[in-house]
Design a protein around this ligand. Structure first.
Ligand SMILES: [Zn+2]
Length: 68
């Protein structure tokens, strides 16, 4: 199940960190991954993952964005 969803970028195993917008290698995501409503998201760092876990809907809707 995991990893089948986010293949949009370059047709390879890369995904976009929904918190900061960075590209992340889904095979070895530095910040780990998190499943939300059937979709797995990958993160550039632990901080981003923790942020996302707090409010996944906020980030997915674009209401919330972390300023880099
Ligand atoms: Zn990030």
């Amino acid at each position: 199940m995991v990893g089948a969803i986010r293949r949009l970028f370059h047709g390879s195993n890369r995904a976009i960190d929904p918190v900061c917008g960075m590209e992340v290698d889904t095979g070895n995501p530095p910040g780990g991954s998190y499943e939300h409503e059937g979709t797995t998201y990958y993160f550039c760092g632990r901080g981003c993952r923790l942020e996302f876990e707090e409010d996944p809907k906020g980030y997915l809707s674009g209401e919330k964005k972390m300023e880099m």
